[in-house]
Write a protein that binds this ligand. Structure first.
Ligand SMILES: Cc1ncc(COP(=O)(O)O)c(C=O)c1O
Length: 391
């Protein structure tokens, strides 16, 4: 139900279910996962649950055989749900093989709770190593490195990642304490459209990996993080091209015995959801039309704030009342709450004659949207509807 079809079907679904309506297409999730695997065959894909932690999405990806990147104990438990009934040996193997705690800072309580699972966890500083030793000494460690993230929609390197110059000291520190560093990781920033960020990061990692191995530390996992770009508009470079670049660099830099993993979030889910919102108010302010809709930045459009995302709107209503010759105007689209900050967009080209009750459609809204939605002002947020779910 991707692309045009999804939009057409959305009108019917909104009429049946009401608005705001967040429609998740599970065929598209499966397709995204398969595309990722096809073009990056050497890479084990750990879905970054933070992008959209909806339980049904996790289920679909679990059934596809995906691995998972979790940021918290609760996200871990969302995945655990599907292996709860496994025999202990199989459960332990699954957790060891298919789950990574990618948050470099974990509180003591979380570490205590996950100790029994012998988890793979990331770290990027000396305090964290001591904390892991004290509260979760069964863990395998992955050292996250600071890499260039310039030009990515969401930059992460200002908050995370060890300086490459500190890497060996941090690896030594962990081994000296009796812990095991299994790998190195990085994140080039989310929605990364600058391929050089990946190549630069892979170079940095390869250098550190060689240094570590030459000192006898058997580090054998490279985690290339997330950041894989989604085609929000026609200027975004193709994932397939990026995958070719990464595949060539992996072959050039890392021997076959090095395991390569990744933590794609946005790529798996962004294109798999669309939102139908409804115009609930209309006013002209300083000459500009303001369309008030029943969803906003405190709700499904939270990505406008947290994800620096710029949404688009299409008119979805059959619009019997509309005059096809009526002009388009630059309009504002704003949310339903009483906060003036709740403005989704101040410049959307939209027909000037839209009315209360008309629907708007926003595509590619599956990532970092419902995941960070609140219930501010007592608005529930969008109803979630699943289509093409297998079970
Ligand atoms: C550690 C980590 N891994 C993976 C991701 C997912 O990144 P993306 O959605 O860009 O693929 C994020 C996003 O913030 C992250 O912080």
């Amino acid at each position: 139900m991707g692309g045009k079809n999804m939009k057409e079907k959305a009108l019917e679904l909104a009429q049946q279910n009401g608005t705001p309506l967040f429609i998740i297409d599970h065929d598209r999730i499966r397709q995204n996962y398969r595309t990722f695997k096809k073009h990056l065959p050497r890479v084990q894909a750990y879905y970054a649950v933070k992008a959209n932690s909806n339980q049904e999405i996790i289920k679909t990806l679990f059934d596809e055989g995906a691995s998972f990147d979790v940021a918290s104990y609760n996200e871990f438990m969302q995945v655990y749900e599907y292996i709860r009934h496994y025999k202990k040996k199989d459960k332990d193997f699954y957790i060891w093989d298919k789950i990574i705690f990618s948050n470099t800072i974990k509180d003591r309580d979380t570490l205590k709770k996950i100790r029994r699972y012998k988890p793979l966890v990331t770290y990027d500083n000396a305090e964290e190593v001591k904390k892991i030793k004290a509260y979760c000494d069964t863990a395998g460690l992955v050292l996250r490195l600071k890499v260039p993230d310039i030009g990515s929609q969401v930059e992460l390197s200002s908050k995370f990642g060890a300086e490459p110059g500190e890497a060996l000291t941090l690896i030594e520190q962990a081994f000296d304490l009796g812990l095991v560093v299994e790998g190195l990781s990085f994140h080039v920033g989310s929605q990364c459209t600058v391929f050089d960020n990946y190549t630069a990061a892979l170079d940095i990692v390869s250098q550190i990996l060689q240094d570590a191995r030459s000192r006898g530390y058997n580090v054998n996992v490279v985690d290339i993080g997330g950041g894989f770009p989604v085609p929000y508009d026609s200027h975004v470079p193709q994932f397939e091209e990026l995958a070719q670049v990464i595949t060539a660099e992996l072959a050039r830099l890392f021997p076959e015995d090095i395991e390569i993993i990744a933590e794609p979030g946005r790529f798996m889910v962004a294109t798999a959801a669309g939102l139908v919102s409804e115009i609930v108010g209309k006013a002209r302010r300083d000459g500009k039309i303001f369309y008030y809709i029943n969803d906003g930045v405190y709700h499904t459009f939270s990505g406008v704030v947290y994800d620096h995302w710029i949404p688009n709107f299409d008119v979805l209503s059959p619009g019997d009342h509309r005059d096809p010759t009526d002009a388009m105007e630059i309009c504002a689209v704003v949310g339903p709450t009483c906060d003036s900050f709740d403005k989704v967009s101040l410049s959307q080209q939209l027909p000037a004659d839209l009315r209360i009750g008309d629907y708007l459609y926003t595509e590619n809204i599956g990532a970092y949207s419902t995941a960070s939605s609140t219930r501010f002002n007592g608005f529930d947020g969008a109803k979630i509807l699943h289509v093409n779910k297998v079970s």
